[in-house]
Design a protein around this ligand. Structure first.
Ligand SMILES: Cc1ncc(COP(=O)(O)O)c(C=O)c1O
Length: 401
C-alpha cells in the first residue's frame, strides 16, 4: 500500500514511541494480566499481590454461591444470548432480574443493558435530543460524555460538584427548553459523593430532569447499598447502575418511572442493536444482589476496611483528597512520581490504579486505591507498610490544610 492516505484517527495524545519506551523500562501500567482468582490477593507478574485497584467492592466474584448461580444458569440456558433483547435475546431471567432490581431500588420499573457503558449511551441518547440541553459534571464518567455526544443535545459542563457553577449553567438555559442534569453519584477517581441535595433543589426548582450514574454507589452507600439517592433520602428521575462493580458481573441497568423506562426501552440504540447479556452474567448479578440484601456484613466490612486504609494513609501523611467512600485516592501531583509510586508499590506486591492526565487535572495525578469487603487487616497493613517504604524513597509535600 502507498502512504498517501494516512488516517490521523483519534489516537492518544502521546506517541507510540513514548509508550514503547515506558514498556522498555517497565513503567507501562496497563494490560497487566491477573493469572487466576480475582480476589483481595491476586497473582500478577508471578507474584502474590494485594489488589487495591479493582471495583469488586464486596469481593463477591469469589463467593461460592455466586459462582454456583453462574454455573447453574449456564446449565439451564446455555452460554450466550446470540441476539438483541428486542428479538430472541430476552430470557425469563432478564425479566426476573429487572423486577428484582426495581424492587431493590424502590422504583416502578427497571431496564437492563449488556454493559454499564451501553446503559449510559442508550439512556442519555433516548432522553435528550438535538433541541435539548444536557448539564454534566466536569468529572462525569466517559460513558456519560459519549452518550451526551451521541444524543446531539447541547452539552454544558459545570465545575466538579460546584453548586455555584451549576446555578450559573442553569441560568444560561432558556426556560422553555428541556434539560437533563447528569451526574455520577460517587465519583470514580476521587471517591467523593455528589452534592445531591443541592442538585435536587436546583433542578426541581427549574423543572430539570435528574439522572444519577450510581456505578460506584450501588452496593456501597445508602440503605442495603441501594445507592446515592437513597443515601440522601431523595428521589431522582433515573438512576443508572452497573453489574460490573459490587455485583461482580457485567451488565448495566436503569430504574425510574414506568412510562420513562418504556420510552427508553423503545429508543435506546445500544439496547436495540447489541446482544443481550448472557444468562450467567445475569445470574451472577442476581445472586450478588440477593446477598447484598440479605447479608449486610459485606457492606459493613467494606466500610470498616475503607476507614482503616484511609486512617492509615492519613497517619503516614498522604493526601486522600475529598474521598467519602471505599475509593481512596492518594494524590501525588505530577505524573512522573505518580508512575514511579505505582511501579514501586507493584514491585513490592501492591496493585493500585495510576490515574494520570487527562483523566485528572495536570497537577492532581493520583493513585486510586479501592478497598474490598474481603481485604484482611494483614492485606491492608501490608499495603500501608509498602506505602511507607515508597514514601521514604520518594518523599511528597505535606498535604495542605
Ligand atoms: C461511573 C461509571 N459509569 C459507568 C461505567 C461503565 O460501566 P461498565 O464497566 O459496567 O460498562 C463505569 C465503569 O468504569 C463507571 O465508573
Amino acid at each position: 500500500m502507498g502512504n498517501k492516505r494516512i488516517l490521523k484517527g483519534n489516537r492518544l495524545p502521546f506517541s507510540r514511541r513514548i509508550i514503547e519506551s515506558a514498556m522498555e523500562i517497565g513503567l507501562y501500567p496497563y494490560f497487566i494480566p491477573v493469572t487466576g482468582e480475582q480476589g483481595h490477593r491476586v497473582k500478577m507478574n508471578g507474584k502474590d499481590t494485594v489488589m487495591l485497584g479493582s471495583n469488586n467492592y464486596l469481593g463477591l466474584t469469589e463467593h461460592p454461591e455466586v459462582k454456583k448461580a453462574a454455573k447453574d444458569a449456564i446449565d439451564k440456558f446455555g452460554v450466550g444470548c446470540t441476539g438483541s433483547r428486542y428479538l430472541n435475546g430476552t430470557l425469563d431471567i432478564h425479566l426476573e432480574m429487572e423486577e428484582l432490581i426495581a424492587d431493590f431500588m424502590g422504583a416502578e420499573a427497571a431496564l437492563m443493558f449488556s454493559t454499564g457503558y451501553q446503559t449510559n449511551l442508550g439512556t442519555i441518547y433516548a432522553l435528550a435530543g438535538k433541541d435539548d440541553y444536557i448539564i454534566s459534571d466536569q468529572y462525569n464518567h466517559a460513558s456519560i460524555v459519549d452518550g451526551a455526544r451521541m444524543s446531539r443535545a447541547r452539552v454544558i459542563v459545570y465545575a466538579h460538584n460546584d453548586m455555584c457553577s451549576l446555578k450559573d449553567v442553569v441560568g444560561e438555559i432558556p426556560e422553555s427548553i428541556g434539560a437533563l442534569e447528569v451526574t455520577d453519584g460517587v465519583f470514580s477517581m476521587e471517591g467523593d459523593i455528589v452534592k445531591l441535595p443541592d442538585i435536587h433543589r436546583i433542578c426541581r426548582e427549574n423543572d430539570i430532569m435528574i439522572m444519577v450514574d450510581d456505578a460506584h454507589g450501588i452496593g456501597v452507600i445508602g440503605p442495603h447499598g441501594s445507592g446515592t439517592a437513597a443515601h440522601f433520602g431523595l428521589d431522582v428521575d433515573i438512576t443508572m447502575g452497573t453489574f460490573s462493580k459490587s455485583l461482580a458481573s457485567m451488565g448495566g441497568f436503569i430504574v425510574g418511572r414506568e412510562d420513562l423506562i418504556f420510552d427508553i426501552k423503545h429508543a435506546a440504540r445500544s439496547l436495540m442493536f447489541s446482544a443481550a447479556p448472557p444468562p450467567s452474567n445475569v445470574a451472577t448479578a442476581m445472586k450478588a444482589l440477593q446477598i447484598l440484601m440479605d447479608e449486610p456484613e459485606h457492606k459493613d466490612n467494606l466500610w470498616k476496611n475503607a476507614n482503616y486504609l484511609k486512617d492509615g494513609l492519613h497517619k503516614l501523611g498522604f493526601d486522600t483528597g475529598a474521598s467519602d467512600t471505599p475509593i481512596v485516592p492518594v494524590i501525588i501531583g505530577d505524573e512522573p512520581p505518580t508512575v514511579a509510586y505505582w511501579k514501586l508499590l507493584l514491585d513490592r506486591g501492591v496493585y493500585t490504579n495510576p490515574v494520570v492526565f487527562p483523566a485528572t487535572p495536570k497537577d492532581r495525578n493520583l493513585l486510586r486505591n479501592s478497598v474490598m469487603a474481603t481485604h484482611t487487616i494483614d492485606d491492608l497493613n501490608f499495603a500501608l507498610d509498602m506505602y511507607e517504604e515508597v514514601m521514604q524513597e520518594i518523599p511528597l509535600d505535606e498535604p495542605e490544610g
